[in-house]
Design a protein around this ligand. Structure first.
Ligand code: MLT
Length: 304
C-alpha cells in the first residue's frame, strides 16, 4: 500500500487512477508519506522524510515546490504542463476583451443605478462613458510560447489580432514552428515596441523574476494593456506603478495581485482563477495521478 498525502483539494478523479486497494490517498496522512499531490500549497517550509520519493504538482508552475531541496533528497517532482492550458487561454482572451471594452468598470457603474429614477437616461450616459476598443487589428505580444502561450497566440489570431511571439528560452525557429500565425520576434524589444496588449506566459524563477521592469516598460507603447496570468513576480511592482501612474500602462490585468495593487485604478485583479474550472482541475488531477501511478508501479518518470 502506497501512501500519498493531498496538500490541497484535488479532483476525486484521482481515485480512478490510484485505487484504494493499492493507494492510501488522503489529506489526513502524516508528513512521512511516500508521495504528495499539491495544488497551490507552499511546500518551501516542509522537511520531507526519508520515505518521501515523489511530489506531483497539479498545475504548470512549480514555484511553490522547493526543487533544490527535493533534488538533494532524491525526490522526483512532477508537474502537469498543458493540462490547464485551455482554462488559462480562455480566461486570458476573455480578460483582454473585458479590459479593452471596460467591462469591469461598466459592471460596477451599472450596479450603482439600482433604485434610481431615470435609468434609461443614465444608461445613455453610460454608453458614452465606457466606450472601449475592439481587439481585431490590434497587436498582441505573447511572451512565452509554451502550451499556454501558443494557445493564446492562436486564439488571438482567430479573432483577427496580429500576434508577435517571443520566448526567452526557445529558439525563435522552434517558437515559430509551433505557432502558425505568430510573427517571431528576434528580440524582446520588437514585441515591446509594437504590442497594444502584452501577455506573459513564462515560468517564474531566478532568471525571470522582474522580467518586466523599468527598461522594458520604457519601450512599450503608451496605453498598453498588460495581462499577467503567469506569476506576480515576473513584473517588478515599483516599475509597474511608475508605468501606470505615467499612463504608459493603461491597465494591468492580473491573476496574482499584491496588496498595494488592489486599490490602484489601473489594476484589474482576480484571485488566481486561471485553472479554476472543473475541466482544468480534472485534467491536472488525472495527469498527476497517472504520473504517481506510473512512478510507483514501474519507476517511469513521465512529465506529459
Ligand atoms: C498553474 O501553475 O498551472 C496554476 O497555478 C494552477 C492552479 O491554479 O492551481
Amino acid at each position: 500500500m502506497h501512501t500519498i498525502k493531498k496538500l490541497n483539494k484535488i479532483s476525486p478523479v484521482i481515485y480512478d487512477y490510484l485505487p484504494k486497494e493499492n493507494y492510501n490517498v488522503s489529506s489526513h496522512l502524516e508528513d512521512d508519506s511516500e508521495g504528495f499531490i499539491v495544488r497551490s500549497a507552499d511546500c518551501h517550509g516542509m522537511d520531507f522524510s526519508e520515505n518521501t520519493i515523489a511530489i506531483a504538482r497539479a498545475g504548470a508552475g512549480t514555484n511553490n515546490i522547493p526543487i533544490d531541496k527535493c533534488t538533494e533528497k532524491g525526490i522526483v517532482v512532477f508537474n502537469t504542463p498543458g493540462a490547464n492550458a485551455n482554462g488559462v487561454k480562455e480566461l486570458v482572451i476573455g480578460a483582454m476583451i473585458a479590459a479593452s471594452r471596460n467591462l469591469p468598470e461598466a459592471y460596477d457603474w451599472a450596479k450603482t443605478l439600482k433604485g434610481q429614477d431615470g435609468v434609461a437616461a443614465l444608461v445613455e450616459k453610460g454608453k458614452g462613458q465606457f466606450v472601449g476598443g475592439e481587439v481585431k487589428g490590434k497587436t498582441l505580444g505573447v511572451i512565452g510560447l509554451g502550451a499556454i502561450g501558443i494557445m493564446v497566440a492562436n486564439a488571438a489570431s482567430a479573432i483577427g489580432m496580429n500576434v508577435i511571439g517571443y520566448d526567452p528560452f526557445l529558439s525563435v525557429d522552434r517558437a515559430w514552428s509551433i505557432s502558425m500565425y505568430t510573427h517571431k520576434a528576434e528580440k524582446l524589444d520588437e514585441l515591446l515596441e509594437k504590442a497594444d496588449f502584452i501577455t506573459l506566459h513564462i515560468p517564474q524563477n531566478d532568471k525571470t523574476k522582474g522580467f518586466l521592469s523599468t527598461p522594458e516598460f520604457s519601450k512599450m507603447k503608451d496605453g498598453v494593456i498588460i495581462l499577467n496570468f503567469a506569476r506576480g513576480g515576473l513584473v517588478k511592482t515599483t516599475s509597474l506603478f511608475d508605468a501606470m501612474d505615467s499612463g504608459k500602462v493603461k491597465k494591468y490585468v492580473t491573476d496574482f495581485p499584491d496588496d498595494d495593487m488592489l486599490c490602484h485604478p489601473n489594476v484589474l485583479a482576480i484571485p488566481h482563477l486561471g485553472a479554476s474550472t472543473p475541466e482544468s482541475e480534472e485534467n491536472c488531477a488525472v495527469m498527476a495521478a497517472k504520473q504517481m501511478r506510473d512512478f510507483f508501479e514501474t519507476g517511469t518518470i513521465v512529465n506529459s
